[in-house]
Design a protein around this ligand. Sequence first.
Ligand SMILES: Nc1ncnc2c1ncn2[C@@H]1O[C@H](COP(=O)(O)OP(=O)(O)O)[C@@H](O)[C@H]1O
Ligand SMILES: [Mg+2]
Length: 128
Amino acid sequence: MGKKTAVNLKGGETLALTGELGSGKTTFIQGLAEGFGIKGRIISPTFILMRKYVASKFDFYHIDFYRLEDGLENEVKNLGVDDTWGKNDNVVAIEWAEKIENALPQEVIWIRFENLGEDKRKILIEGI
Ligand SMILES: Nc1ncnc2c1ncn2[C@@H]1O[C@H](COP(=O)(O)OP(=O)(O)O)[C@@H](O)[C@H]1O
Ligand SMILES: [Mg+2]
């Protein structure tokens, strides 16, 4: 699913991923990265918040706010995380994006994940 979605991205998009732990967000991002031609393992930046990968057409930023409390939009701005999104040279994918909903750019593509049990996941993409 992630790999197929990669084809539709040109650069400049911000993907806001939301869904409970284990619903498939990181796995989707691994597929995206593969679709972008990024080699190597994609591990979630849970402790460092953000990781940058260089793809052929743009830089890909993987952000994970799992450990962040809700309502820390100002801190996100102070850390400069918001410098990554809204630029044509970047694609940004944010796990737990709902935690900083008010700081997100207006044109964001929401991707909602649901765990339907064992090996079943529902993925809803809004706005591509
Ligand atoms: N599309 C999918 N179909 C079936 N299993 C999946 C899918 N996406 C993820 N999983 C499985 O669900 C578990 C959690 O996935 P993960 O991507 O780490 O979730 P999250 O990042 O939302 O916490 C993993 O064991 C993974 O193999
Ligand atoms: Mg994850």
